[in-house]
Design a protein around this ligand. Structure first.
Ligand SMILES: *Cc1c(COP(=O)(O)O)cnc(C)c1O
Length: 465
């Protein structure tokens, strides 16, 4: 056959659209999109015929329909997808930080399904406030006078400084001028807020006397920032919240703290070192503390500011609030998150972040053994073992702390460890695993018990393809 005959074998577009599978895709995604992708594929095929030898062409023609269906499906797959987190990092920013539990999901769905009393007072039959749904609850759980919530903690810092310290100096230690990632840098956020950064002390040592020496008539506040994702070890010193509060009282200056992670529970109960809780910061006398909703709190993306009502009031009516307010789904999930915290036992059961954190190494070992058993029974191609591993909190809480965990490890039969990790990433429901000591590791702390069976099946199916 010469090339012209191959060109003639290319089906007409009408004929392609008559194909059963293609018709189904048209019904699901609309004819316009399918047509566009099919045209591009046919152009590619014509170019292939012109550039290749006759013996290579027949195969391309034979596979035309299946390539077309693959291309259309790939183009139209929903881009934001579930993944299995095998990294052992509980608050993994790239994997969506805190996953939400069933109760929290139900509350979010409930809020968006139909109309709601989002800003409607059912008793009065008139306009209500959207924050009334959660403010009282937050105050009750934390034990504070007032609270507000905004889009995220970066916005919380911004609102706090804009509302209270615009045009005034805010004193911060040089050891706390941090960058969190995603371009959140304390000096830049302060600049945006209109507050003037007054840095004191040094990277590793700042004393309370350094703060005092910097106070003048234009000082607006003392700010302490949790260093979150790094730690200075060795010759280091910082001023405590108590010291700052004493100084603030003397000079009538508010003490603000950006705590980063929303820790409401003493972490020692999980065998971790103590890290100050929101309640402790406030009972030390800080005027305001702000923190993330989707770090250790285990809720939706949000930023919460809690503390003295006189300061909260000034933020409620600030124009920025309108730009960073919460949407109704988040309000649903956040309200439910705090409802769970009314009883710590319940919170540990229903908030996934706390549930993952409270699992013992023994429990995770049992889960690893069961997963390894499933993979071996289904003849997954590799040497499958279970081993002690270390997981991490992530999300800028206890950056250097390793949490004892358990993992399934695999030495692949057919490919390199890196190739296996890549292949796992491309499963229908991707698994994010990692390579260490010549093995592929799947940490059990971030895999739910209910996911073990489906994950094993997914892996086996991926290698059968
Ligand atoms: C994480 C963090 C932030 C940013 O919080 P988001 O909720 O991600 O906006 C700000 N400050 C500190 C100290 C943090 O750890």
């Amino acid at each position: 056959m010469n090339k012209n005959e191959y060109y003639r074998q290319i089906p007409k577009m009408d004929e392609i659209l008559e194909d059963k599978e293609i018709r189904l895709l048209c019904e699901e995604y609309g004819r316009g999109l399918v047509l566009e992708i099919a045209r591009a594929k046919l152009d590619e095929l014509r170019a292939f015929i012109s550039d290749h030898e006759v013996w290579q062409i027949q195969q391309e023609l034979d596979f035309l329909y299946s390539r077309l269906v693959d291309a259309i499906s790939q183009e139209l797959v929903f881009p934001l997808r579930k993944v299995y987190n095998g990294t052992g990092i509980i608050l993994h920013t790239n994997l969506g930080r805190a996953p939400l539990g069933e109760r929290q999901q139900e509350a979010a769905i409930g809020a968006m399904q139909g109309y709601s009393n989002l800003e409607y007072d059912l008793n009065m039959g008139s306009r209500g406030k959207r924050w009334e749904h959660y403010v009282k609850l937050i105050c009750k759980v934390i034990g504070c006078e007032g609270a507000i919530a905004v889009n995220n903690n970066a916005a919380a810092v911004m609102v706090m400084l804009s509302a209270l310290t615009r045009g005034k100096e805010v004193i911060v230690s040089r050891g706390e001028l941090i960058e969190i990632g995603g371009r959140f840098r304390i000096p830049e956020v302060m600049e945006q807020s209109g507050a003037l950064l007054r840095e004191v002390g040094t990277t590793n040592r700042t004393r309370i006397s350094d703060y005092e020496a910097a106070i003048n008539e234009n000082t607006g506040a003392l700010l302490k920032v949790h260093t979150s994702n790094y730690k200075i070890q060795g010759f280091a010193e910082d001023a405590s919240v108590e010291e700052l509060v004493e100084l603030g009282n003397t000079y009538h200056l508010p003490v603000l703290m950006d705590l980063g992670s929303g820790i409401l529970v003493n972490l020692e109960r999980y065998g971790l070192p103590h890290s100050p809780t929101v309640q402790e910061i406030l009972s030390s006398g800080a005027d305001l503390v702000c923190f993330s909703g989707d770090k250790l709190l285990g809720g939706p993306q949000a930023g919460i500011i809690a503390g003295k009502q006189t300061y909260i009031q000034r933020m409620e009516n600030h124009p920025l609030m309108r730009a960073v307010r919460l949407d109704k789904c988040t309000i649903g999930a956040l309200t439910e998150t705090f409802r769970q915290y009314l009883d710590l036992g319940r919170a540990q059961q229903n908030i996934p972040v706390l549930k993952m954190l409270s699992k013992t190494r023994e429990q995770l070992k049992a889960q690893a053994v069961s997963m390894a058993g499933l993979l071996s029974d289904m003849e997954f191609p590799g040497i499958i073992q279970t081993e002690c591993s270390v997981s991490m909190l992530g999300g800028g809480t206890l950056p250097c702390e390793e949490i004892p965990s358990y993992a399934v490890t695999i030495i692949p039969h057919r490919e390199s460890e890196e190739e296996m990790v890549e292949k796992l990433r491309k499963l229908d429901i991707p698994l994010i695993a990692y390579v260490k000591n010549g093995k592929v590791w799947i940490d059990m702390r971030t895999i739910q018990e209910t996911e073990v069976f489906d994950l094993a099946e997914e892996m086996v199916a991926g290698w059968r393809k």
